[in-house]
Design a protein around this ligand. Structure first.
Ligand SMILES: Nc1ncnc2c1ncn2[C@@H]1O[C@H](COP(=O)(O)OP(=O)(O)O)[C@@H](O)[C@H]1O
Ligand SMILES: [Mg+2]
Length: 385
């Protein structure tokens, strides 16, 4: 892990009056850029050649002669051959020369690799660099480990395929779509064998998929991604905020669900097993009696990260949950950074964030509001790692 001293030394070289907000142009980048513009920053998007048009063309900013934005959210584009070149020394140097505070999203980590993010990327990151690794399922101190330490509810782990005795989700990487899921479900060992054999045959999962697989109880209930924010700068009110709730559109699962049951069964008999590739998001709210437990979970998560991942979670994080028939939450995943579904409240804000801040408050905007406050209060060192 790059030393704190080195990151702070790099921050020292910044002219914070000219600070810009930078991001890898994928995942939640539009929300990040939109929020930064709303808070008066200029934005820098690191784009991959061939995938740059949304940012470099369609959302490019135009400013009037006084510098006010009249259109778009992306001021500057850094074009790289591959997203992983975001960590290339020359790209880093140009970001730092440009006073860029960088917001890590999942694409940044997935494409660059967690080792490079921890050890090579010297640009000040807004958020908790050391927690990013906890997302790598299967690592020793991954998010399940944190959840356990925090006493938080998560779906029961199934150790061996032979142990499957109720509906179980098997989480595996997709063999071809490397960054996607090759998830499937099974209710018993026979079905596990049947489905995994079919998926191996179809080239969806590797033959030795079990090595890396996580098997756990399937929670039957709706999915709520809770988009929280923790502000280390807040002194008068609560440091924890619920900004919004989103849920995902997943293909081909959602198409499956919109068919009559008989056809779903027929598809499955033909070996057509739904996939879980995220392709969009929607907004949700929670019944009010679920809010207290939601905050309670987030507080416990914050405490555990402070204890085990000093200085703890900073800024946005997302608890990905299912709620069962008895209204119990189960956390099946934790994003220790801006969530993937926050574009859903980009620019509009979300009922919870707006209610709290009395204006449109998206995650992107909240992030930049924190940066702005930190600059004003000369406390930027408290929100970067
Ligand atoms: N234990 C579970 N019970 C029910 N559904 C689950 C469970 N775990 C994951 N899912 C479903 O799988 C999707 C992806 O799960 P997740 O663990 O977040 O994988 P990834 O981080 O790779 O996207 C979720 O959106 C949810 O629909
Ligand atoms: Mg997830």
């Amino acid at each position: 892990m790059i030393s704190r001293k080195e990151v702070l030394a790099n921050l020292d070289g910044y002219d914070l009056k000219k600070a810009k907000v930078g991001v890898v142009a994928s995942h939640s980048a539009l929300d990040t850029c939109d929020g930064a513009i709303s808070e008066g920053f200029r934005t820098v998007a690191v784009c991959q050649k061939g995938r740059e048009r949304t940012f470099a063309n369609y959302f490019k900013t135009q400013r009037d002669s006084s510098g006010n934005v009249v259109r778009g959210v992306v001021d500057e584009v850094v074009l790289v051959d591959k997203f992983k070149d975001a960590v290339h020394p020359s790209v880093q140097a140009s970001l730092m020369d440009n006073n860029v505070l960088f917001v890590p999203n999942r694409s940044f980590v997935s494409y660059s690799g967690i080792d490079a993010v921890e050890d090579q990327f010297k640009v000040p990151l807004v958020g908790s660099r050391n927690l990013l690794r906890s997302e790598e399922r299967g690592d020793e101190r991954d998010y399940y480990w944190i959840l356990e330490k925090a006493g938080l509810p998560f779906p029961k782990k199934v150790e061996r395929p032979e142990d499957i005795d109720s509906l179980t989700i098997i989480k595996v990487h997709h063999k071809v779509k490397k960054l996607e899921r090759g998830f499937f479900t099974a209710k018993d060992h026979d079905q596990f064998i049947e489905k995994s054999t079919e998926l191996i045959k179809q080239g969806v999962i590797e033959e030795d998929f079990l090595k890396e697989a996580r098997m756990e109880q399937y929670i039957i209930g709706p999915v709520f991604n809770l988009d929280f924010f923790r502000s280390p700068l807040e002194e008068k009110g609560e440091q924890l905020e619920l900004l919004g709730v989103d849920w995902r559109f997943e293909t081909s699962l959602d198409g499956y669900c919109r068919l009559p049951g008989k056809q779903q069964v027929e598809l499955e008999e033909d070996g057509i097993i739904p996939e879980y590739t995220v392709c969009g998001h929607n907004m949700a709210t929670l019944r009010e009696s679920l809010l207290d437990p939601a905050y309670e979970m987030a507080e416990k998560y914050i405490e555990a990260t402070k204890k085990h991942y000093d200085p703890g979670i900073i800024g946005p994080f997302c608890l990905q949950t299912c709620v069962d028939k008895d209204l119990n939450f189960y956390i099946y995943d934790v994003a220790p950074r801006i969530g993937g579904g926050t574009n859903v409240h980009m620019s509009l804000g979300h009922p919870y964030g707006n209610a709290l801040w009395r204006r449109e408050m998206s995650t992107g905007r909240r992030l930049s509001m924190e940066i702005r406050k930190a600059i004003e209060q000369e406390r930027v060192d408290e929100i970067i790692t």
